[in-house]
Every structure is written in C-alpha cells, then in structure tokens.
Design a protein around this ligand. Sequence first.
Ligand code: SAM
Length: 245
Amino acid sequence: MSGPADRGKAARIRDMFATIVPRYDVVNTLMTLGLDRRWRRITVAMAEPAGAIALDIATGTGELAFELERAGAAAVVGVDFCYEMVAAAVKKSVTADFARRIVFATGDAMALPFPDATFDCIVNGFMLRNVADLAATFTELHRVLKPGGRLVCLDLTRPRGPLRRFFDLYIATFVPLLGIVVGRKYGAYRYLFQSLTIHPDADTLARMMREAGFAEAGYRLTGFGTVAIHLGRKSAADQRLRSTG
Ligand SMILES: C[S@@+](CC[C@H](N)C(=O)[O-])C[C@H]1O[C@@H](n2cnc3c(N)ncnc32)[C@H](O)[C@@H]1O
C-alpha cells in the first residue's frame, strides 16, 4: 500500500508534469533523437492489440493510446492522474482524423476505477520511474487485466558496460539543458537523472512483475541498451483460480 510519504511524492510528480505539458512532445522527441516513435510502435506490437480492449496507463499526451488505435485495438482508454496531460491528449484527439475509439480520463495507476479483468492489454510509456509505489502499481494493473492479458512497459534504463558513463552524462547535462532551452523548465528534466539513478534495473523490474502475479515476465532492450520494454502475461488460469476460490 502507498503511505503518506508516497502520496507526497505522487502530488509532487503530478504538479511537475502539469508544468511541462505545452512542450512535452517536442522535448521528448529531441531528447530521444526521434526514436520514441519507434519504441512506442514496438511496445504496442508486443501488447498484441488487434481487436483488444486496451488501456494506456499514464497516457500523458496520448501518443501510445493513438498508436494502440492505429494498430487495430477495438477500444482504447487513456488514463493519467495529471489533468493537464489528459486535457492535452483530448485536444490532440479531437483534431486528429482518427482517435474515434479512444476515451481519455483522469485516474491513478495505483487505484484504477475499473472492475477486475477489464482489459485484454495494457501499455505504458515512461511511467515506471514516476509512480510512488511500483509494486502496488503492478498489482493493480494485474487486477484489471483479463486472464491471458498482456502488460507492456516502456521505459529508460541505465545501460550496462562502457555506454553507462556516456548515458549518465547525456541525461545529467544535455537533457536538463534541453529542458531549459526548449522546455523552458530545468527542475523537471534534472529530475529525469535523479529518477533513473534510483530506478530498479531491468531484471529487478521483471522479478517485481512476477511477484505481482504475472505468470511470465521478461524484457527486451533497445536503443543501444538504454530502453527496456517489459512484457508480463497474466496467467490464463487466473480465471479458474478465482471462480473455484
Ligand atoms: C514521462 S510521462 C509519459 C507520458 C506518455 N506515456 C508518453 O509515452 O509520453 C509520465 C506520465 O506518468 C503520469 N503518472 C505518473 N504517476 C502516475 C500515476 N500514479 N497514475 C497515473 N499517471 C501517472 C504523469 O502524470 C505523466 O503524464
């Protein structure tokens, strides 16, 4: 469960994201050298969304939700606890000539307003470092997945080997600079480095997913080992366990 300290962190994170909404997309694209779109496409493909009821949790400005729809999801829900982010996603969706099957709403990843076993697949991008209680988040996402459902999490990870020093330098110096010049904010982009230094490594995240109940959990690395995309599958047997329990 998340305690008062975690609620303090959650409020700080929400306020911070509210301040960077107007330039979030452009800074993201520059910071990832334009690779974010490719990473989102891989993430969505791993979730197997064709015909699915899909959730993009921590949707931000909605990019993964849009990708889910393009990939053939039957219905998409995009949820974020930052109202300003959700408003930006809604604005983008009404000017897009697609996004007919997407609903955006505010909500917290640790206490979702959905019944058990609602979604066939769930994706999230760059969320894991930001939630106040990662274990509680995985447990909650597992709850709202249908048996056999897929959870796919895209996030940065510190690479192993010699690239780590270059990566740390890039995140600690270039990204905050970009934050000042393009995003017109410093603290939020300095926070990226701080969040990465305390973020569990990819193996630990996979273990946490298994501890939250996922029958299978693993990951693939991309972006020269700077990005981890985790896939967890809820056991198809979960339904039987509940109905006989
Ligand atoms: C770095 S942004 C990522 C946005 C988007 N997923 C993307 O791929 O660009 C992280 C988002 O996580 C949201 N967030 C953090 N903790 C959350 C929580 N507990 N519940 C819902 N959203 C959360 C923030 O409001 C923010 O919009």
